[in-house]
Design a protein around this ligand. Sequence first.
Ligand code: TGC
Ligand code: FAD
Length: 409
Amino acid sequence: MSFPGVDYMDIDSLYSEDELMVRQTVRDFVDEEVLPIIEHANREEKFPNHLIPKMAEMGLFGATIKEYDLPGLNNVAYGLIMQELERGDSGLRSFASVQSGLVMYPIYTYGSKEQRDYWIPKLAAGEKIGCFGLTEPDFGSNPGGMRTYARRDGNSWVLNGAKAWITNGSVADVAVVWAKCEGTIRGFIVEKGTPGFTTAYHMGKFSLRASVTSQLFFEDCRIPAENVLPETNGLKYPLGCLTQARYGIAWGGLGAAMAVYNTALEYSKSRIQFGGMPIASHQLVQNKLAWMVTEITKGQLLATQMGRLKDQGKLKPHHVSMGKMNNVNIALECARMARDILGANGVSDEYPVIRHMMNLESVKTYEGTHDIHNLIIGHAVTGIPAYNPPMSAQAEQEATERAAELAKK
Ligand code: TGC
Ligand code: FAD
C-alpha cells in the first residue's frame, strides 16, 4: 500500500509540482523496493546492496550537482528525498548522505578538476562507494584533536592513525580521510586496497543494523601526492561537509517520525481493548498522537524553511544544527511513543517502530550529538563558545599528562 504522507496543515502547498514529483518517485521506490525487504536486512545486519544501482539510476547520489549530467535539484527536493529514504530506514538515508554529502560534496567542492572528473561520475552511478573518516577512537565530538597524521615524503603522503565508527568503511572503494599535516587539517582520497590501509567491522550494533559501520586503520599508508584535496586547509573543511549531511538528516528524521506516527495511528484505530472500543478512543492515546503530529508539523516547517534559505545561500551552520537536533529528537520521542502505543507488538519487527527507534539512537549521536548541537545554538545566540570550558591549573596539568599518555599508545 502506498504511504499516504503526514500533512496536517497543508504543508504540501509549500512545495512546487517538481518537488512533489521527486518525493512521490522516492516514496514509491521505498514502498515497493525497500519496505518489503528491510526488516530482513535489519535482522541479518546487512545493507541491501542490490538497491544501490536503482538509487543511482534515480539520480539520488549527488542530486543537487548541476554538472556531470546530474539532476541539479534544489535543496527542498533533495530534503524530500532524504525524508522518504529515512521513512524506509535510517541506514538507507545514511548511505545516500555519506555518498552525496560526505564524499561527493568534498570532492566536488574542494577537489581538483582531475579528482572531480574521475570520481563524481563513478560515485553518482554507484559504481564506486565512498566513506568519510573524521571520527577517531579518542576524538568524536572534538575532531580537532585528531591523531591521524599525514607526512609529505617526495611524491607521496604517508598516513598513520585510525578512524572509528565509519559508515560504509569496510565496503567503500574510496575513503575521504581527514588528517593533520603541516600544522593544519587536510582531506585525502584513499583508495581501497592501498597498502597500509585496512578496515574492520564494528560488530554487535543494535542500531542501524542495515548499515555497515567500520574502523579504518592507516599504517605507513602511502598515497600519491595528487590525492590530497587541494582546497582543504583546516577544520572548517570537514565541518563544512557535516553541514551538508546534517541538513539531510534534519529531513530524514521527519521521514522516520512519519513512519512511526502512521503505524501508531493505524494500529490504535484497529486495536480493541476494554468494552469494544479501539484504543484510539482513549484520551491518553490521543494525547500521544496529537503530540506526534504537532511535532512533525513543526519539524516540516523548520526543514522547509532551511531548504528555502539554503537555496538562497542564506543557511548558516547553526540553523542546520537546530534542524538536525530538533527533528531527530522529536523523531526519537515519536518512536518511543509509537512503541508504547503498540504494546508488545511495539518490540516486534513485524512492525517498523522498534527498528526506527533503535536506528534513531545512532542518528541522535552521529553528525554531532544532540548536546553538541545545543552548544552550537547556544554559541550562536550568546556569542560564547561553551564546548571547552576554562580549566583550573590542576585540571589543565592532568589533561596534559593524560594527552601525553595517550600519545605514547
Ligand atoms: P571551531 O573553532 O568552532 O571551528 C573551526 C572552524 O570551522 C568553522 N566551522 C564550520 N564551518 C562550516 N560548517 C560548520 N558546521 C562549521 N562549524 C564550525 C568555524 O567557523 C572555524 O572556522 P575558522 O575560519 O575560524 O577556522 O571548532 P571547535 O574545534 O571548537 O569545534 C566546534 C564543534 C564542537 C562545533 C565541532 O567540532 C563539531 O561540530 N563537533 C561534532 C563532530 C561531528 O559532528 N562529527 C561527525 C562525524 S561524521 C558522521 O558522524 C557521519 S554519520 C554519517 C551517516 O551515516 O549518515
Ligand atoms: P563523545 O564525543 O565521546 O561524546 C559522549 C557524550 O559526551 C555525548 O553525550 C556528548 O554529547 C557529550 N559531550 C562531548 N563533549 C561535550 C561537551 N563539550 N559538552 C557537553 N557534552 C559533551 N563518524 C565519521 O567520521 N564518519 C562516519 O561515517 C560516521 N558514521 C557513524 C555511524 C554510526 C552508526 C555511529 C554511531 C557513529 C558514526 N560516526 C561517524 C561517529 C559519530 O560522528 C560520533 O559518534 C559522534 O560525533 C560522537 O562522538 P563520540 O561517539 O566519540 O562521543
